[in-house]
Design a binder for this molecule. Structure first.
Ligand SMILES: [Zn+2]
Length: 161
């Protein structure tokens, strides 16, 4: 984005300006103008993306961006990830949704408007990585809500349905 390189240019200039000088104030103003431009460009891009995405998907599944923000009790253990998450799915949804922020909010209302839906899933279930031995394979997940590690040295199974 050209606005961002422009901003970086002004920020470099700022270092060479004396504090409280008129020139410095000018540069600061230019930077804040660029900041709001950058924010607008991002917002437009998000709007465009969510509209397109919503048009082409009936169900959108958003994964967990920040699993550490989930309370440990809700996340469960690696051996038994399924049950507790299910019990607290409302809470998880709220947390996951927060992680997606504006993007999740836009996708939700656009999906609602089109009669689709947005679902939130914690990483443990959307991933093809075994949480026990970290073996990665699409075959680990033969159905969307079951996980069965195909590694011969591992017996990990989970069902979140
Ligand atoms: Zn495994």
């Amino acid at each position: 984005m050209w606005e961002e390189s422009r901003k970086a240019f002004y920020q470099r200039q700022l270092k060479n300006r004396r504090k409280c000088s008129q020139n410095r104030k000018k540069v600061v103003r230019k930077i804040s103008k660029l900041d709001s431009r950058i924010a607008n460009v991002r917002k437009d891009a998000t709007q465009k993306f969510t509209t397109e995405y919503s048009k082409s998907h009936a169900v959108i599944v958003l994964g967990n961006l920040n699993i550490k923000s989930m309370p440990a009790s809700a996340a469960g253990t690696t051996e038994m990830p399924g049950k507790k998450v299910k019990q607290k799915s409302g809470l998880n949804r709220a947390i996951l949704r927060q992680g997606w922020g504006e993007l999740g909010r836009q996708l939700e209302y656009k999906q609602l408007w089109r009669g689709g839906s947005v679902e939130y899933q914690s990483e443990a279930y959307s991933s093809q990585d075994c949480p026990k031995c970290s073996h990665r394979s699409p075959l680990n997940r033969r159905a969307q809500d079951t996980f069965e590690c195909i590694s011969p040295d591992c017996d990990f199974k989970a069902n979140d349905g």
